[in-house]
Design a protein around this ligand. Structure first.
Ligand code: ZN
Length: 270
């Protein structure tokens, strides 16, 4: 009887142990699959360049603000982007392009970055924000999507492997299909949270308020009709809390907002 009990205890132990092991293996496989990326960082640059060409050949949809008439504002916003790069917190700081252009559309409150670090920011968003740390927070968020290679990870998951392989072999139609998918790509909630988190990490060593991105979401919440993209993303209230909690946790000391300078600079937009 005793023997039977011991044996069954051993078998229970073994079952639960192997079960745990399997669960662990399953979890790590799942994480690995979620983070899988069949593209190389060089592919990110190539794809990004193709998306950039696509964007800049469609001035109706993406009217790029003329540099010749807006030298000062371009210099200013690119200077903000450089503050983030100089923190040395980006893995692909020297490899990716980190080129920034402004899209002349006051009705769109958005910014985005392609793989490989081509960043676009709408005049609507520049005008909507009030301080430099808010804009830095948004830029940090977009740069994190590029630096953490969220687009190509998402593509690995969402575009069929045969299309990706065809594209790798140079099939033009497949390449076009991928670029189309990239332009309309929706990031997952976990990618959005990660980009929020990295925007705090990038700003933490600077003199600026590291929770600048939270300022953007707070302003969004105050609007009578919140923009559609907020409803498909993690709740802005949770994002504000997540960003502010991380700033506290990392003990980020910066407080700079440069409100006056920012409002003076945004009046330069022509
Ligand atoms: Zn995002």
């Amino acid at each position: 009887m005793k023997k039977i009990i011991i044996l069954s205890l051993i078998s229970v132990f073994l079952t639960s142990y192997s079960c745990k092991f399997t669960q662990k293996a399953y979890d790590s496989t799942k994480t690995a699959l979620n983070n899988a990326n069949i593209f190389t960082p060089d592919d990110d640059i190539k794809l990004g360049l193709q998306v950039k060409e696509e964007i800049e050949s469609d001035p109706k949809k993406f009217p790029i603000l003329k540099e010749s008439k807006n030298r000062e504002i371009y210099k200013y916003i690119r200077g903000l982007k450089d503050i983030i790069l100089k923190t040395n917190k980006l893995k692909y700081k020297d490899k990716f392009k980190w080129e920034l252009k402004i899209i002349d559309n006051d009705t769109i409150l958005n910014a985005f970055a392609t793989p490989g670090g081509y960043i676009y920011i709408y005049t609507g968003l520049i005008k909507f924000l009030d301080t430099e740390d808010e804009l830095l927070g948004v830029l940090g968020h977009e740069m994190a999507h590029a630096d953490r290679r969220h687009s190509t990870r998402q593509l690995t998951k969402s575009v069929g492997i045969s299309i990706l392989l065809d594209a790798a072999l140079g099939n033009k139609q497949s390449v076009e299909q991928i670029i189309g998918a990239l332009i309309n790509l929706q990031f997952s909630r976990s990618n959005e949270s990660e980009a929020d988190e990295y925007s705090v990490r990038y700003l933490c060593p600077t003199a600026y308020n590291a929770a600048g991105a939270a300022g953007f979401f707070k302003k969004m919440l105050d609007r009578p009709v919140p923009p559609v993209f907020l409803s498909t993303h993690p709740s802005p209230k949770n994002r504000v809390k997540h960003i502010e909690d991380l700033k506290t946790e990392l003990n980020c000391q910066g407080t700079r907002t440069n409100k006056d300078k920012y409002s003076k600079m945004k009046r330069l937009l022509k």
